[in-house]
Design a protein around this ligand. Structure first.
Ligand SMILES: Nc1ncnc2c1ncn2[C@@H]1O[C@H](COP(=O)(O)OP(=O)(O)OP(=O)(O)O)[C@@H](O)[C@H]1O
Length: 151
């Protein structure tokens, strides 16, 4: 059975996309301040609707606070900050992909929708596992030393 394949873009249709910039966007942020406002709206939406994003935000904040409290070296605090930021950024992308998939297929089951959502969730899981490994490597030794010294 042959599938219908859409034709490749012609030079005129490509030119149209390039010249009529963002013509499919309902609205385009007018300046940098407005862009930040929309970015913040995305972060608050994820925080309010995604349990995992709330959990990851709390754990990341605790890890960074603990690294400062334990007087880790600046480079170690930076590494914990980078891995934490990566987890939260991927959580936001996961939410974005979920929304696009839901917008596209609505409540219909589709194998590709499953692949997209599962892979996005997998990306978050990989980053979270790496963040736990990094935090454990950097935080556990000074934390155990502190606990032993206070006994
Ligand atoms: N339209 C769909 N077609 C096929 N499978 C779907 C569809 N919607 C969801 N699923 C399956 O259900 C799972 C859970 O969907 P959901 O929208 O809660 O995504 P999620 O990434 O698990 O969410 P969260 O990150 O909030 O835990 C997906 O990972 C996917 O396997």
């Amino acid at each position: 059975m042959s599938q219908k394949v859409s034709p490749p873009p012609t030079s005129t249709s490509l030119q149209k996309i390039v010249t009529n910039e963002r013509e499919f966007s309902w609205k385009v942020a007018s300046n940098l301040f407005v862009s930040f406002k929309y970015a913040w709206a995305g972060i608050t939406y994820s925080f309010q609707t995604q349990r995992n994003f709330r959990i990851h935000t709390s754990v990341c904040a605790m890890a960074i606070a603990l690294s400062v409290y334990l007087h880790l070296r600046p480079v170690e605090i930076a590494v914990i900050g980078i891995t934490s930021g990566l987890v939260l950024a991927l959580e936001l992308l996961n939410t974005a992909i979920e929304s696009i998939v839901d917008l596209t297929v609505k409540q219909t089951y589709h194998e590709l929708a499953k692949v997209a959502k599962d892979c996005a969730a997998g990306a978050v899981l990989v980053s979270a596992l790496v963040a736990v490994l990094v935090a454990a490597t950097l935080l556990l030794p000074p934390l155990v030393a502190l606990i032993i010294s206070s006994l």
